[in-house]
Design a protein around this ligand. Structure first.
Ligand code: DGL
Length: 258
């Protein structure tokens, strides 16, 4: 099926998912919506996040997408259940990788950096309780200003580094041995995070398992693109022009009202 794969995020964060997904699926066409006029989602109410997520899905369906990827932890944890009730095409979301972290930890201390609304969501709470092992401690930290700085793209590295130290040093002192990146925007600053945390702390993101799941859903629904023509990857934004720091030559970047 030639129809594009639809992806959305509040901005540039989900590009980190797309970057790997486009390599995994070289025949597929993609449409990415960066709802950066409404960024950040992480401090909005659940009601607002659901309404924005519905709007994005509606646009992707209008643009003939065959599947929707929510490349945003905040939208997934707050809206995926509602979206699945009203949308007929497959929807795949991304959530903080609690399960792999729980399996990995030896010090029984896990750090998680995510948005306010991801950490406060019912879905995150349920996943935590479902996988909870009594002697494992989860150290949560809201990433507050990080999303806005990453969106701007022009952030001085030292500024981000100082913020990360403020957030991560308390967790390091609690002897975490893995750190969950619970917001797709943070994947863009992984190198700076690596400089702030000691080398033995594993960074857990869920890009690879989510992309594997997308491939498997495309296969099981028999909607993979079998045509080998030159594919297109369209990125639409509805606010300020996206920072070119995170964009590839292959992307066709345009403004769109949605
Ligand atoms: N990239 C997003 C996430 O994974 C959204 C961040 C935001 O808009 O606050 O949560």
């Amino acid at each position: 099926m030639k129809n594009p794969i639809g992806i959305f995020d509040s901005g540039i964060g989900g590009i980190s998912i797309l970057k790997k997904l486009k390599q995994l699926l070289p025949n597929e066409n993609f449409i990415y919506l960066a709802d950066n006029r409404n960024c950040p989602y992480g401090s909005k109410s659940k009601k607002e996040i659901i309404s924005l997520s519905k709007k994005n899905c509606k646009k992707l369906i209008e643009l003939n997408c065959k599947i929707i990827i929510i490349a945003c932890n905040t939208s997934t944890t707050n809206s995926i259940k509602k979206l699945r009730e009203i949308i007929d095409i497959p929807i795949i979301g991304i959530e903080p990788g609690l399960k792999p972290a729980i399996h990995y930890t030896k010090t029984k201390n896990i750090g998680i950096l995510a948005t306010e609304k991801t950490l406060g969501s019912k879905l995150f709470f349920e996943t935590l309780n479902h996988n909870r092992i009594d002697d494992i401690h989860i150290h949560e930290q809201i990433g507050y200003e990080l999303v806005n700085l990453i969106e701007e793209g022009s952030h001085p590295k030292q500024n981000i580094q100082e913020i990360l130290e403020k957030y991560l040093v308390p967790m390091i002192n609690k002897k975490i041995d893995c750190l969950l990146l619970g917001c797709t925007h943070y994947n863009h600053i992984k190198d700076i995070i690596k400089e702030v945390i000691p080398g033995h702390i594993k960074i857990v993101d869920t890009i690879a398992p989510v992309n594997k799941r997308i491939l498997s859903i495309l296969k099981s629904n028999n909607i993979l693109n079998k045509y080998t023509h030159k594919r297109t990857i369209k990125i639409f934004y509805n606010g300020k022009k996206l920072s070119s720091n995170y964009l590839d030559q292959e992307y066709d970047l345009r403004y769109l009202e949605f």
